[in-house]
Design a protein around this ligand. Structure first.
Ligand SMILES: NC(=O)c1ccc[n+]([C@@H]2O[C@H](COP(=O)([O-])OP(=O)(O)OC[C@H]3O[C@@H](n4cnc5c(N)ncnc54)[C@H](O)[C@@H]3O)[C@@H](O)[C@H]2O)c1
Ligand SMILES: O=c1ccn([C@@H]2O[C@H](COP(=O)(O)OP(=O)(O)O[C@H]3O[C@H](CO)[C@@H](O)[C@H](O)[C@H]3O)[C@@H](O)[C@H]2O)c(=O)[nH]1
Length: 430
């Protein structure tokens, strides 16, 4: 099938490559010339394991092409996936300007029937509004359908998640449109949830909110563990082996970040407020998360006494491993806090280059974790990159000014680190 994908961000690029891999003929469009140039030149402009190989393969066999010509893309394709961004606006609600612009563009450029599939995460009622916006923009009243098909991939495992989804959610009011979307994904074997567009839109927000709830719940329990002298990692295992609870998303630490959880939780809270339905549990989830990085900072302050003239190494910048995405990354909240206290900061990350973010501050990036830690008063581990399991902790311990190790992801073995001579603290784990 010929398909157009609008918006070559994480979601659109991954979807385009997966659809090409499933045998579809894909055109990917974006208004960002640089992104399109990169993709045309077989260069993935973001870090995501496995995607560059697919890009190479499908450009070579001509099953995918990229363009900035959105209008021609719309005219040449009956099936259109919309994957544009829906960032957070000032008041916490999603900014729908890119969705509106895309709906207008489709309405103005369409030359026959179009199936418009909304992949972007949008508040309840947006699919209905898209129908209205397309209709209002139409020059000739061609028929079209709008279907909600939210995306559930995770950064860092986007390809795997897209090829092995837990479920596909399709919200449609039209049976033919529903069957057409199902036929596009016919080779992906998983349950399909057929529902209304409004319900599909809400499923996406509830999924992210529930996952974030698990994290914040465990982060609060971690504080109790510190107080009681119990181990939150063992608690997560002991609790998660109960199938009714499940073992995923129970890892305590410095809190969740990324381009999705913080914004989507804010958006659902906004929806609750608009509907005058207080979402008090979700509000607590957000509150716990916003304070979580400071919990580790307070532990460090208790030991160091003061941060004056201190030098601290921060390991890991991205919001999670296997991505170079730093949107809402807890590492940056920590860095900003340390900078505000006049701390000298040494950075290491296996992928992310810091120059992109700071200049003129007392902050320096090093090529190795060992170099970054030398001479510092503490190391703070912010991202659970597997890389940090393999660094030379023995040598790090000997070169630090004072070997204090704060593990914001509870990823290292506390006994091993203590045996090496570190003062080690995790979150609910010592
Ligand atoms: N990133 C994720 O892991 C993820 C996962 C699931 C769902 N989502 C949701 O999917 C959507 C996209 O997320 P993303 O991370 O890929 O966003 P992104 O910001 O990385 O990319 C969006 C792209 O859309 C392009 N764009 C904007 N307006 C356009 C227009 N009028 N025509 C053509 N292109 C246009 C932008 O230039 C940009 O490249 C969001 O709603 C997000 O919440 C994201
Ligand atoms: O037990 C855990 C699991 C995750 N995290 C943190 O939570 C954040 C988000 O992690 P993850 O969900 O793996 O990454 P995302 O790529 O943001 O994916 C989420 O957001 C996407 C965008 O909506 C959805 O599609 C995915 O299903 C959803 O998992 C990261 O900072 C993690 O470090 C924890 O602190 N503890």
């Amino acid at each position: 099938m010929k398909v157009l994908v609008i918006g070559m961000g994480y979601v659109g690029t991954t979807l385009s490559l997966v659809l090409a891999n499933e045998g579809h003929q894909v055109t990917g469009v974006d208004i960002d010339k640089q992104k399109i140039e990169c993709l045309k030149n077989k260069h993935l402009y973001f870090y995501e394991p496995g995607l560059e190989q697919l890009l190479d393969k499908h450009l070579d066999n001509h099953s995918i092409s990229f363009s900035t010509d959105v209008q021609t893309g719309i005219r040449d394709n009956e099936v259109i996936f919309v994957c544009v961004g829906t960032p957070q606006s000032e008041d916490g609600s999603p900014d729908l300007r890119y969705i509106t612009a895309t709906a207008n563009e489709i309405g103005q450029s369409m030359n026959g029937y179009k199936l418009i599939i909304i992949k972007s995460t949008v508040p309840v009622g947006t699919n209905e509004m898209v129908s209205q916006w397309v209709e209002e923009a139409q020059v000739t009243p061609y028929p079209f359908d709008v279907v909600s098909n939210p995306e559930f991939l995770r950064e860092g495992s986007a390809l795997y998640d897209s090829l092995h989804p837990d479920r596909i959610v399709i919200g449609s009011t039209n049976e033919n449109a529903l069957q057409l979307v199902k036929s596009i994904f016919k080779d992906l074997h998983c349950p399909i949830v057929e529902t209304t567009p409004r319900t599909a839109e809400l499923i996406k927000y509830v999924s992210n909110s529930f996952l974030a709830t698990k994290i914040s719940f465990m982060n609060e329990i971690a504080k109790l563990c510190d107080s009681l002298g119990t181990n939150v990692n063992d608690i997560a295992r002991g609790v998660g082996l109960d199938h009714r609870i499940g073992s995923h998303f129970l890892e305590a630490g410095i809190g969740y970040g990324g381009s999705c959880f913080p914004k989507d939780i804010k958006a659902l809270l906004k929806t609750g407020a608009e509907q005058k339905v207080p979402l008090s549990i979700l509000q607590s989830v957000e509150n716990v998360n916003e304070q979580q990085y400071m919990y580790l900072m307070e532990k460090m302050l208790n030991r160091l006494g003061s941060l004056t003239n201190k030098s601290i190494a921060v390991f890991g910048l991205s919001f999670k491993p296997n991505t170079d995405d730093v949107r809402e990354a807890p590492a940056f909240f920590i860095i900003n806090y340390l900078l505000s206290k006049g701390v000298k900061i040494n950075i290491h990350d296996p992928i992310v280059q810091l120059e992109r973010f700071y200049s003129g501050y007392d902050i320096e990036q090093f090529d190795t974790a060992e170099l970054a830690a030398a001479g510092t008063d503490a190391v703070i581990l912010c991202t659970d990159w597997p890389h940090y399991m393999g660094v030379d902790w023995k040598s790090i311990q000997t070169t630090m000014n004072t070997p204090n190790l704060y593990d914001g992801r509870n990823m290292l073995n506390s006994k091993q680190m203590t045996d090496l001579g570190f003062y080690y603290e995790g979150v609910g784990y010592k």
